[in-house]
Design a protein around this ligand. Structure first.
Ligand code: NAP
Length: 245
């Protein structure tokens, strides 16, 4: 039985690279996001380059009432699903997101929608006693900063959710891996000020797939972000609140 992987948010630059890395090792893929035209292009490209089976379908993280039917149709096409990569995310304008009417979309896209679809994935894999869930969170979720605390709060909640899910699914042998990228050169970060140590999506995608061969539960990508965030997390709050981060 070959590997079969569902990729949620498959039009993302990081997800494309992850899909290509899975396809390169022969995995069948099910790609999902809101942009069907782009999914069709990505699916054709992967089929031609790697000769793998690729399905695709529309998926909207915010439309949680559609998730059960969506996941059933994934399983109808791929009954032997091996695992799921949750890659969707939305940064938006973080200044505008201070207004909850805007911020609610950031929270729904990054956290509520993720909790909805992951609950279905977990319920599927747990009784089978196999499978993996790779969730792409962010270093932004490690500490609240004035420049992006709405996105950071949603990603922090996602990291906690994945941690709890890992704890729940450990006994059943289902792996839950949290990926925390630093800055990556994608549409999400295009033109943002203050970026440094920016990684390529190809590098991140390949490393995401390689985590399956390792023991780690929480993976900072590239690795040095673990130490950058360790320092940032340990700055005392009385000092941190004075910093313009
Ligand atoms: N770039 C970075 O520096 C960075 C750093 C840390 C973490 N991350 C995280 O890495 C992941 C991938 O990011 P990226 O930089 O590759 O992003 P990207 O190129 O901007 O892609 C974002 C993806 O999210 C999908 N998406 C957004 N809202 C959605 C919704 N409501 N329903 C379904 N899909 C939705 C989009 O798909 P459609 O528009 O086709 O629906 C798109 O595929 C995200 O979770 C992001 O938060 C990125």
């Amino acid at each position: 039985m070959g590997e079969a992987v569902l990729i949620l948010g498959a039009t993302s630059a990081i997800a494309r690279a992850t899909a290509a890395a899975f396809a390169a090792r022969g995995a069948a893929l099910y790609l999902a996001s809101r942009d069907l035209d782009e999914l069709q292009r990505i699916a054709s490209d992967l089929r031609i380059r790697y000769g793998v089976e690729v399905h695709y379908a529309a998926f909207d993280a915010e439309a949680t009432e559609t998730h059960a039917a969506f996941f059933q149709s994934v399983l109808a096409n791929m009954p032997d699903l091996s695992g799921v990569v949750l890659a969707f995310g939305y940064l938006g304008d973080q200044q505008a997101a201070r207004d909850f009417k805007v911020g609610a979309k950031v929270i729904a896209s990054n956290f509520t929608g993720a909790a909805s679809i992951l609950s279905l994935c977990a319920d599927h894999f747990e009784p089978l006693q196999r499978g993996f869930i790779i969730g792409i969170s962010s270093v932004a979720g490690d500490r609240g900063r004035q420049s992006n605390y709405v996105y950071g709060a949603a990603k922090g909640a996602l990291s906690l959710y994945l941690q709890g899910l890992r704890n729940r699914l450990y006994a059943s042998g289902v792996r839950v891996i949290t990926i925390k990228p630093g800055f990556v050169d994608t549409a999400m970060t295009y033109g943002l000020p203050g970026l440094f140590l920016v990684a390529s999506p190809q590098d991140i995608g390949e490393r995401i797939v390689r985590t399956l061969g390792k023991q780690a539960d929480v993976v900072y990508l590239p690795w040095f972000w673990r130490y950058i965030m360790l320092i940032i997390k340990h700055v005392p709050e009385p000092i941190f609140k004075r910093m313009k981060l």
